[in-house]
Design a protein around this ligand. Sequence first.
Ligand code: ZN
Ligand code: ZN
Length: 733
Amino acid sequence: MSGAQRNPCGTAAAVQESARVIRVAVPVPLDRLFDYSLPADSPTPVIGSRVQVPFSGRQLLGFCTAVNPPDAHGRLKAVNRVLDQDNFLGPQLWALGQWLADYYQYPLGEVLATLLPNAARSVRPLPATSSEHWQLTGTQPVTLTRARKQQQLLQRITDLGGHVSTAALLEEGYSKAVLKGLQAKGLIVRTTRPPLRSSMQGSVIPPTLNPEQQQALETLLAHRQGFAPTLLNGITGSGKTEVYLRLIEAVIAAGQQVLVLVPEIALTPQTLSRFEARFGTADVIHSGITDRARLVAWLKAQRGELNILIGTRSAVLTPFSNLGLIVVDEEHDASFKQQEGLRYSARDVAVKRAAMLKIPLLLGSATPSFESLHNATTGRYRMLNLTHRAGTAVLPEFHLLDLRGRNLDRGLADDLIRVMRRHLDTGNQVLVFLNRRGFAPALLCGHCSWRAECPSCERPLTMHRSPPALICHHCGRRERLTQSCPKCGHVDLIPVGQGTQRTEQVLIEHFPEIPVYRVDRDTIRSRARLEAQLAAIHEGKPAILIGTQMLAKGHHFPNVTLVAVLNADGGFLSPDFRAPERTAQLIIQVAGRAGRAERPGEVYIQTYQPENTLLTALLAQGYQGFAEQELISRKAQHLPPFYPIALLRCESGSADAAREWLLRAKSLLPTSVEAYGPAPCIIPRVADRLRFQILVLAEDRARLHAGLRQLKALPPTPANIRFAIDIDPYDTF
Ligand SMILES: [Zn+2]
Ligand SMILES: [Zn+2]
């Protein structure tokens, strides 16, 4: 039953009489708020209450943003229902919502709807989250001889370390009455937070920190108060996670909560069990959990009933009662940027939240984003470097494999096959990286000019073998894999190029006795299957792993001694300005999987352009040197992180309609910003929609945002057009 209905009259009545009109943020794509009248018998909402209101014949759940706004006028529709008498999101998340709407130029009603967990979008009562715990007070018991059950329970709680949850005790057969008895005598107290299991009591003995880790940890511990953003720049295998864990432990021990953000793929049971082994419990929010589980975690964080929340992108939008630290692991990862709707960057929102709450923020990566490197160079962030691998592991050795004029067997140089055999014969594992899933990126007829093409995107369909299909990787269209040419009838169809499925097949032919595991979006749809594969790989027997960038993220493969990058060239030639940064990150991250244990590793990179300056800079000077060089070119081109940019993206079935809309938007922009376009996107057509964009840049953020605010004068977007403002876009496809 909602609190709104239970409200008695009395003191609230006086307020009710004066509350006649409320202003509501409704989840519709219009950048304005709507006024509603409040029925006489309705409970009074406050700013932040959820309210149900009629809108264009529907009932929508919105948020009250003002009570009795002075400029309300006209005949108003009535509020249907008031769900809360408090600010549902809480003051911190509410303030964040206002900032998000302004920064990302997105309607407040839709921003607030994004902040609301799905399961809280109905009028149903909220679930109970009680994680009730009991704790010994330390008071010496007077004799309990006449209360034998109480004495037993007291002994049991002592045996359990002085802390226990109600649920656990009920399961053991103790009754609530006995608990209440001990509470009445002042021997135990109720708490809602689970106890912190310190590393000293836990089941895991933490590894000893090396001097660099120790130094980093001491610096972090010395800056526990106030907004203190730190970039932990540590090579793969340098033990960043151990530094996080020690810092997190200190924050929880001080009674505060911790939010840990991880990339989508990294949140495997492996990651989670590492936290649980150290802290007893950890709650999670990611795309794989149910709406209800998400709401429960959300409420526990808001009610102060959890110590640590680990989550992917959207977890940054969780309310906390006492947040003391945010950690963003692999802060460079693309999955932190939301690519539709409210196009926020979870990393950037984390920075904002930490600043608003005046708490420390820890960004970690082996390949930091250029934004974070720039912030460190200009002194906005403190940078701590971990340059040594933890334990005895050593860094892998890099080799370029010049493919020019060489014989390839479906994408694999014979030299590479030889090197692979050497590593497998000595009992090691090999990782083959190819950032293209499917069997072949194109299918042609050997007799006529036909090629399999997506009619909606005008791009080649990717041939898949398991299961057989022709799939468009842009719009998802799926067609039957034909055996003969639909144009001339010949059966001579030729798959062109290599995807992971084809490379898998080639590797099985070359190494029939070795198991080959493929890891890409097609094989890891099931979390259980991924875990089973990883478990088999971790047995450590000779094996070949073939996969896309999913292999580069978070997983540890201690028995891999050879990493082969089959095609590094595409990324350095892409017209997208972030492609070189992204490619370098991928190569370094994939290479980081090699030689993590005591076995030294090797990395082979196949390339047709061994003299490419970006590639040679990366190999000669490492990621840091590459970044310094590439940043010089970003600066010269007036691109981020030196100049903030935004993209005005427009899609329509009609090129003219899209172009005209963008020209209209452009005419509203002041001369304090530079605008380029409209121009067709790098991928000009997806699912029958033509795509155009305008690149907007300015000397500083204030100018950029002031300029973009002028776009509020645009009329509602016509139905045949999709228009979006993408602030700090991650890609320019
Ligand atoms: Zn043909
Ligand atoms: Zn398509």
